[in-house]
Design a protein around this ligand. Sequence first.
Ligand SMILES: [Zn+2]
Length: 154
Amino acid sequence: MDDKKQERKLKIRNIKNGISIDHITAGKAPEVLKILGIDRGFTDSVTLAMNVKSSKMRKKDIVKVENKDLDVNEINKISVIAPQATINWIHDYQVVKKEKVKLPDELIGIVKCPNPSCITNKEREPVKSIFLVKNTNPVVLVCKYCERETESLY
Ligand SMILES: [Zn+2]
């Protein structure tokens, strides 16, 4: 099967209401599910495809979740681990909104600093973390307080 045909086939298996996240960096779909808080207790339908051939990206992951919406925090988190992702909001099998994630210049309160002695990790009255984007491809973030670099959310 050629790449275009395979992509089309994946699009057919659509959901009635919910979100479809396409062009996720290959191998990152499980992290996206973690961001969305989807674990064993989740009861709605979830479709996950990993390392799918893509004409745009060579390989990509796709996640579709029924009866789910996304908030700004979740979208920002997805933009860190999958900067090329596109989010489709689906209502009655139709895409009603499509948005490409955009890495914000500053990530406030969503990335955990890997430096244990950073003031954002203090046990008492920790300061909300602020990370600045140093590089977008691959993503490199820098803590505004201790200047520790990180590539991931946790
Ligand atoms: Zn820090």
